[in-house]
Design a protein around this ligand. Structure first.
Ligand SMILES: [Mn+2]
Length: 376
């Protein structure tokens, strides 16, 4: 059985104020083309379908079109960026069309059975789950993400010889179960889930981490892969991106090969003095319409943004590396934690990072009012 595993589409994301809708439409088209050309038996979409819990109209339309055009069954789970309810909307209706969507985690895990010449394959759907979401659930007393995932995976049907695939959206690390803080070490962060909780599956299709890699090389374990996000959304990440073609053979033998998708524009970091960066010698060397992050090394420079944009229309980010910034960084060796009354500043910084423009004075005043109300 042949599967196309993708994840972290983040439909509707804005990067430094740039809409990614066209880029994402281009990616979705390539996913559909690959599914057709490779005659895959199912497409697995492993969470963070949307970028935010309230996706915009364009994002919803992208997914709508994608699902309507899919040449094979689609199995999809929600991620931490998704609203389980909204992703799960219409799920029972879609099921009749071969679109299997799990928005909210459910126990026992719902599964879908597909068949090939070698027999049945069970696909278990585990949307993003955190311990807080299970509070009050009977028999759950865990505190970590791993506890939550383990609990969700308990009470699975008794193995019946069918091959088993899991779709999940978590921070999974190689090796045995991660020990909780009370027991001592906690490797890989508070939300880490050890790969051994997936013993019993033949293939685990993951989303959450935006790079494509195999989590655990242990031959006795499930074959566990992150598909990575098909677009980088950040600078300084590997440019080869896409999804995974997974061949599930007899007896649960798994073969995985990467399939790359292309963005409309490349993501590129440039660095140097302004005059050099906008000189024909430099600009003629690559596509000036690439998404650009520019680091200027000038000590003093005027109208840097305007002049860069006139050459690089898709300039996303601009920074400086000069004596002034180096001194500032040196001085800031010990950063103080923000106090409550600097939350407005933090919010303004977050807003600017998210949207690429700074917060209007009026909106900042509103945020201050809200923060005051919260505090009082
Ligand atoms: Mn993600």
């Amino acid at each position: 059985m042949k599967l196309l595993h993708v994840a972290d589409l983040h439909l509707g994301i804005q990067v430094f104020g740039f809409s990614m809708v066209e880029e994402q439409a281009f990616i979705l088209k390539q996913i559909l083309e690959t599914a057709r050309e490779e005659t895959v038996d199912a497409i697995l979409v492993c969470g963070d379908v949307y970028d935010r819990s309230l996706p915009g109209v364009e994002a919803v339309n992208l997914l709508d079109h994608f699902l309507a055009e899919a040449p094979c069954p689609v199995l999809m789970i929600s991620g931490n960026h998704d609203s389980p309810e909204r992703v799960g909307y219409g799920a029972s209706l879609f099921q009749k069309q071969g679109i299997h969507v799990q928005g909210r985690p459910r126990k026992p895990l719902p599964y879908v059975v597909l068949h090939d010449a070698e027999g049945p394959v069970e696909f278990y759907l585990l949307p993003f789950v955190r311990p807080e979401m299970l509070r009050g659930a009977e028999g759950f007393e865990g505190r970590t993400h791993q506890d939550a995932v383990k609990w969700m995976l308990s009470e699975m049907p008794v193995p019946n010889g069918a091959r088993r695939v899991l779709l999940a959206h978590q921070n999974v690390v190689a090796g045995d179960e991660v020990r909780s803080a009370e027991e001592g070490a906690n490797v890989g962060g508070l939300d880490a889930v050890g790969a051994s909780v997936f013993d019993g599956f033949d293939y685990v299709a993951l989303g959450h981490i935006h790079e494509r890699y195999r989590v655990d090389q242990d031959p006795d374990r499930a074959v566990i892969w992150y598909a990575g996000s098909p677009l980088p959304y950040e600078f300084g990440r590997p440019s080869e991106r896409g999804g995974l073609l997974v061949e599930l053979g007899a007896g649960g033998h798994v073969e995985v090969r990467p399939v790359n998708f292309k963005g409309i524009h490349e993501w590129r970091q440039i660095r140097g003095p302004l005059e050099a960066l906008i000189s024909p010698e430099i600009t003629s060397q690559a596509d000036t319409e690439d998404y650009i992050s520019a680091i200027l090394t000038d000590e003093e420079v005027y109208e840097a943004r305007e002049r860069l944009v006139s050459v690089y229309p898709n300039l996303m980010q601009i920074g400086f590396d000069n004596l002034r910034t180096q001194q500032a960084e040196g001085a800031a060796g010990l950063t103080e934690l923000p106090s409550m009354d600097s939350l407005d500043v933090l919010f303004a910084q977050f807003y600017e990072k998210q949207n690429g423009v700074s917060l209007e004075e009026e909106d900042l005043a509103l945020i201050r009012q809200i923060l005051e109300a919260v505090e009082s």
